[in-house]
Design a protein around this ligand. Structure first.
Ligand SMILES: NC(=O)C[C@H](N)C(=O)O
Length: 317
């Protein structure tokens, strides 16, 4: 029999609708749920009772520590609000050391709504967490019968139950009536041992006509790292360049991703604010991560990297 640790953290999966509004409940409906089969033993803990916009890296670290200090478990299921689910999943993917399946799930419809997806998603998440094939694939996100890897998955729709997608690669597996099927290998995973989160990392998105206002404000703050979602292949407006230079000189680590969710950011353009200039100044280019995930990685990387070169290396795959 498999022992699956279930960590409930809150979110719509643990909420109810009342008079057109979705609200928190005192008792999580999933706590009353009994598995249809006795091949799996659930060890259930109500860790938090948070809507996921209230989730912070502090709670994410607490989840990592709960998983890594627990003995005798074969897999983990985390129930979570969907708004920031991808950030928690990616944080755990980067930091959990235990070599067991860790699956994050949630719901788009609350527990008393018609077509509620919570119980179903929970059940499929348990199936994946207890499957042998899920081992060694890092943290997985399971909703709507699809299995996604934490690095690529993102919430793409505000309310549709098929909201979780991996725009660059698609799902890596499916849950069917016959079982759990993986059809794609995981290409690469980063994993780091951390004990704390102590750094301040901000996220800024580029827009047409962006001037230096936001960067000037950031310059006044105690900031260790900044992720910028830049244009296209990795370009910014010229007005941002002098302050980016100053921030880099002050020792702020700046990571650039593209605000396009497909393709590669690189030093192609040589005009003022173009990728060539930014890269030469010391901005770290990275690929395959959204702004919010690059921010999670920079938070973790700043705890681990001993030198700026090491930090840059950590973003090179
Ligand atoms: N579907 C959901 O879970 C959304 C909710 N606002 C949350 O993230 O907690």
């Amino acid at each position: 029999m498999k022992n699956i640790l279930v960590l409930h953290t809150g979110g719509t999966i643990a909420m109810e609708e009342e008079q057109g509004f979705v609200k928190q409940q005192n008792d999580n409906p999933l706590l009353r749920f009994k598995l249809p089969s006795n091949e799996v033993h659930l060890i259930v803990e109500n860790v938090f009772h948070l809507p996921s916009p209230h989730m912070t890296p502090k709670e994410m670290l607490q989840l990592q520590q709960l998983i890594d200090t627990r003995n005798g478990i074969d897999g983990v299921v985390i129930t979570h609000g969907t708004d920031t689910l991808e950030e928690t999943a990616y944080f755990l993917d980067l930091t959990v050391q235990a070599n067991i399946p860790v699956v994050v799930t949630g719901a788009m419809r609350s527990s008393n709504e018609l077509g509620s997806d919570g119980l179903y998603n929970f059940l499929t998440a348990v199936k994946v967490a207890s499957s042998e094939e899920a081992k060694g694939k890092g943290v997985l996100v399971v909703l709507n019968d699809e299995i996604h890897c934490a690095t690529n998955v993102t919430k793409t729709h505000t309310s549709n139950v098929a909201t979780f997608q991996s725009p660059q690669y698609g799902p890596i597996g499916l849950v069917t009536k016959r079982g759990v099927v993986f059809h794609q290998a995981i290409l690469h995973r980063d994993n780091y041992r951390i004990h704390n989160i102590t750094k301040q990392v901000l996220l800024l998105k580029a827009y047409a006509g962006m001037d230096s206002t936001m960067l000037e404000i950031i310059e006044q703050l105690p900031v260790d790292g900044l992720v910028i979602e830049a244009f296209g292949q990795g370009n910014l407006p010229p007005s941002t360049v002098p302050i980016i230079k100053r921030l880099l000189n002050k020792g702020v680590s700046i990571v650039l991703v593209s605000r396009c969710f497909n393709g590669i950011a690189q030093d192609v353009y040589s005009y003022e604010g173009g990728g060539k200039q930014l890269k030469e100044m010391g901005v770290i280019f990275t690929n395959g991560l959204s702004g919010q995930k690059a921010r999670i990685k920079l938070l973790v990387a700043l705890e681990v990297a001993a030198t700026p070169q090491e930090l840059e290396q950590m973003f090179q795959h």
